[in-house]
Design a protein around this ligand. Sequence first.
Ligand code: 5FU
Length: 259
Amino acid sequence: MSFFERSASSPLANQLLEIINRKQSNLCVSVDFTHSDTLLQLVDAVGPHVCMIKTHIDIICDFDINLVHSLSSLSRKHDFLIFEDRKFADIGNTVSLQYSSGAHKIASWSHLTNAHALPGDGIVHGLKKVGLPLNRGLLLLAQMSSAGSLADSSYTQATLDMARRHSDFVIGFIAQQRLGTLDEGFLILTPGVGLDVKGDGMGQQYRTPDEVVDAGTDVIIVGRGVTGNEHSVDYIKSAEQALRYKKAGWDAIRRVHHV
Ligand code: 5FU
């Protein structure tokens, strides 16, 4: 089954595959900025080149709900999905409140979010109760890119099994390699992608787009390799880097999937 022909597990996952095909981009840019204005300007600069923007909304110093309204407008303008990298990790009742409420109201604007499998199936039940009626999707963290991660192969396998029990809401994984078969329809999103450096001195480990797509990745997640540092942000350079990673990711997809 080719990358273009496969059918994902839900309407949202299919929407993502359609965006990837339409824009010829499997690039998700992680914008780990702390101020609303730089975040929005960066997203506007790289938006034409990405299928997805990843946020950490809890690092924003001047958060205001208008920020997510602006982000949603940019997602429509540039045709990308929004992924809030919240990494939920609590019992079902608590995560359902964290997902729906608080200052950030993540479920109201983020197409995708993610969760650790560690607490057991209740975490998916809690998030699904809120997210499914809104046509949201969940990624389970099956592996991490950081050195010394405790997610060994049995943990990763148990995470895959959990996803299979909830394939109406879980659309894929944060992982470093393909999990399950292509026809199961789970999407693999991989952080820890960089072309120029191998690490960040704080445990992050980078592989190239070629390496991760060879391992079975669908979407490459790139942060600082595209955005640089917020304090010396250069929007033109970030747009150029986004194009560079978009091309590297897409060339790898075409090579591996023979398209
Ligand atoms: F689940 C994970 C993971 O295993 N590794 C990660 O790096 C998430 N991340 C996120 O991807 C991390 O929180 C950053 O937001 C982003 C990577 O940023 P970088 O600047 O490309 O290192």
